[in-house]
Design a binder for this molecule. Structure first.
Ligand code: CMP
Length: 140
């Protein structure tokens, strides 16, 4: 299996509850290595750009407001099959559908306040990583 990179975000609902460490433990236990990480607060324009693909969706404005409501932790994760592995440990977008033991089953509050984001394909991972990190911030 190929070594991949994926973009992960620990969202404002999780930073507010001080559970970033518990989420990171789940990522690391799943075999993912954090090779870049920073805690930031997005401006509206940054959240709008990141979620541009959802611009026409009814939840877009609420999503942007939520993602700028508090600090977030941006991460680059590396490992075998990292995109799929991260999506597996995150669980389904809606916590009501997330498998037991996944991050969203344990920690998410709702489909919007769902604690984490993860890239959905290697192609999008490359785009999202480039949007959030400069090359010299990534130390593999
Ligand atoms: P994320 O993986 O960050 O990608 C887009 C986000 O939109 C998603 O997680 C959810 O937090 C949020 N969202 C809010 N409402 C919906 C919805 N009805 N369907 C999908 N995503 C939603």
């Amino acid at each position: 299996m190929a070594i991949e990179r994926t973009l992960s975000i620990i969202k404002p609902d999780a930073t507010a509850r001080n559970i970033t460490g518990r989420i990171i433990t789940k990522l690391e236990d799943a075999g993912l290595r954090i090779i870049a990480q920073k805690r930031v607060r997005w401006r509206t324009s940054e959240a709008q750009k990141f979620y541009e693909v959802h611009k026409e969706r009814p939840f877009y404005d609420d999503l942007v407001a939520f993602m700028t409501s508090g600090p977030i932790v941006l991460q680059v994760l590396e490992g075998e099959d990292a995109v799929a592995r991260n999506r597996e440990v995150m669980g389904a977008t809606n916590p009501a559908d997330a498998a037991p033991g996944t991050i969203r089953a344990e920690f998410a509050e709702s489909i919007e306040r769902n604690s984490v984001h993860g890239s959905d394909s290697p192609e999008n991972a490359a785009k999202e990583i480039a949007l959030c990190f400069s090359d010299d911030e990534i130390v593999g």
